[in-house]
Write a protein that binds this ligand. Sequence first.
Ligand SMILES: [Mg+2]
Length: 313
Amino acid sequence: MTAPTPADRALGAVLGSAVGDALGAPFEFGPEGAFSARFPRPGQGGEMCGGGGWDPGEATDDTQMAVLVAESLLERGGLDPADVFDRFRRWAAGDPKDIGLQTEAVLSSGDPWDTAAALHFQTSQRAAGNGALMRAAPSAVYFARAGRAATMDAGRRLAALTHGDAAAWEGTALYHELMRVALPGGDPVAAVPDALAAVRPAHRERYAAVLAPDWHPDLATEFNGAVWPCLGSAVWAVRTTSGYEDAVRAAIDCGGDTDTVAAVTGGLAGAVYGVQGIPQRWREALHVPLPGFGDRVLRAADLAALTRGLTAP
Ligand SMILES: [Mg+2]
């Protein structure tokens, strides 16, 4: 396998996140180890199995929302939070098969884009879910060239559209930064200490715990639908494996919120290993319905076109 180019890594990030999402979806809320119990041997085939209401290869809300972010960035020529929020709302009204609790509450509130998430957080005090982190691969690709401070800030602003808890903003900012390092060929795991230094001080300690070299998903103090163990599990999966397929297998074997943990893992692993690291059989099966936007269904080639737009000079 030839070394991935930056273009291979960008496509690996966007496609890798979508493939992880589709691969993990049938195992959502299942036990630890369910994936490798069913598919003991890497490379054996048939893993895009569907189930739990998902067709084989069907991507879930994680990827659907990621596509909406990507299309907004391209059509608006940059970050237009009101436009992203409008697209999210149209999608939510299109009755997607799955939607996160916090995301649904905020998007259906009728409140304006710049206050809806904050108002929800004021009353619920629960908004540190992984639902903003899960959709961040395309925005991480888009903002990588803007540098550390700018990509982390964009991550925060995109997360804040649906998640009022700054913990969700910082987790998304961290993911943007690790991707920024990985996309030109750097080691995102080695970049963790520098990335942590750029996290808002009030949130640093908690992220330092889940990103520590000796952290393991079994040490999580919350369900992995929360932002901290979700990001921690993704970095753990990349740190403890040596290829895309093994990283995503490890992520799904964590159990719990398997589609999102695998989407976050798959984005980072795709950036590290490039699109050529993602098994062809998984790329071919992938499809992304877009509720609220007609009968559109995106395939891998459509995600590739989007990615070319995100990285265009
Ligand atoms: Mg999902």
